[in-house]
Design a protein around this ligand. Structure first.
Ligand code: UT7
Length: 328
């Protein structure tokens, strides 16, 4: 059976680090509150002239190199982002030009907020399984600092900028012991949109555009409770679909929104905390970029080894949520 395997990973973080201490000096918050409630100690912030495609390009080049390929080998690009450079062309199309990939291959952006990378991985895998692509570049890239209200302590302390990428390559593999994506599970529910949104967009008409700022609004505590419950159910769904028991997964690579949500998912999976890849302390919540950033970290520092079983999972605005079970 043809399916996608992760051939290489890459990531990029802007140079500027914004610490909790700096936020403490600007707004009514404290380092202790942020660390205890979220696990975040710092986040990276893009420079004024750095865009989503800049971050994505760095991560993409690193992933292509790690896969031992050239940019011209790529035959599909999907960029998961809620903070693209512009309305169109897509960030993915801009990357074609940046990476020097001749025209002709499919390239598009995908919006599923913090679940965007899992959605993009699933989509690329479907292209590969049906013969539509053989070496897909799947990227999560965000400049959330651009859509934050820096006076809203309930949101501005949480997010950061960054990009992560994988090259998903076609492989022939059978069963759960073979390399590649074993299963994906995607969901969405639009009924609770007001709990987490950016209530602004170019399609809303001139008056709305003039009146409202494009910033994240969140009823954090309510989102928290839905996220923990939903991710618990997602773990059950993923394990059951693959005939697995608690403790069978080698690594949890979760969306990095809040250490308490991540720990709850690890407990549900029967994994000790050291088997969960956590970058939330250093990166904050980078939305669609957080999973590939964490994955690249653990691959490059040697924690994640070939043949191990990884669970990638995310929950975000929409609500959207999803998982990918991957034999690395
Ligand atoms: O990635 C997409 C999905 N997003 C998430 O998964 C985020 C989910 N939510 C969360 O991570 C947490 O709910 C937060 C970190 C956002 C908030 O933590 P919490 O433990 O749920 O706090 P809370 O919202 O219940 O607020 C507790 C108190 C409030 O004060 P009062 O009303 O008790 O006096 C807040 O005003 O903490 C206050 N507070 C802050 N205090 C200091 C809220 N933000 C801050 C802050 N610094 N930055």
């Amino acid at each position: 059976m043809t399916r996608g395997r992760i051939a290489g990973t890459g990531s990029y973080l802007p140079a500027r680090v914004l610490t909790n201490a700096e936020l403490e000096a600007r707004i009514d918050t404290s380092d202790i509150w942020i660390r205890e409630r979220t696990g975040i100690a710092q986040r990276h912030i893009a420079a004024a002239d750095e865009t989503c495609s800049d971050l994505a390009e760095h991560a993409a080049r690193a992933a292509i190199e790690a896969a031992g390929l050239n940019a011209s080998d790529i035959d599909l690009i999907i960029v998961a982002t809620s903070t693209p450079d512009q309305v169109f062309p897509s960030t993915a199309c801009r990357l074609l030009e940046r990476l020097g990939i001749p025209g002709g291959i499919p390239a598009f952006d995908l919006a599923a907020a913090c679940s965007g990378f899992v959605y993009a991985l699933d989509t690329a895998n479907r292209f590969i399984r049906t013969g539509g692509a053989s070496r897909a570049l799947v990227i999560g890239a965000e400049v959330f600092s651009r859509i934050l209200d820096w006076d809203d302590r309930g949101t501005c302390v949480l997010f950061g900028d960054g990009a992560g990428a994988v090259v998903l390559e076609a492989t022939e593999a059978e069963g759960p012991s073979g390399a590649g994506i074993l299963s994906t599970h995607l969901h969405a529910d639009g009924r609770q949109e007001p709990l987490l949104n950016v209530p602004w967009g170019v399609g809303q008409g001139y008056e709305a555009l003039a009146d409202r700022r494009g910033c994240v609004t969140m009823r954090g505590n309510e989102v928290f409770r839905v996220a923990v419950r939903t991710l618990g159910n997602l773990v059950d769904e993923t394990l059951a679909a693959n005939g697995l028991e608690r403790g069978d997964v080698d690594w949890l690579v979760p969306h990095q929104a809040n250490i308490r949500i991540m720990a709850a998912t690890a407990r549900k999976l029967g994994l000790p905390m050291e088997r969960m890849v956590s970058t939330v302390a250093e990166h904050g919540n980078t939305s669609a970029a957080s999973i590939p950033l964490a994955l690249d970290r653990a691959v490059r520092d040697g924690r994640i080894q070939r043949g191990e079983l990884l669970l990638l999972e995310a929950f975000g605005a929409g609500f959207t949520w999803g998982s990918a079970l991957v034999r690395y």
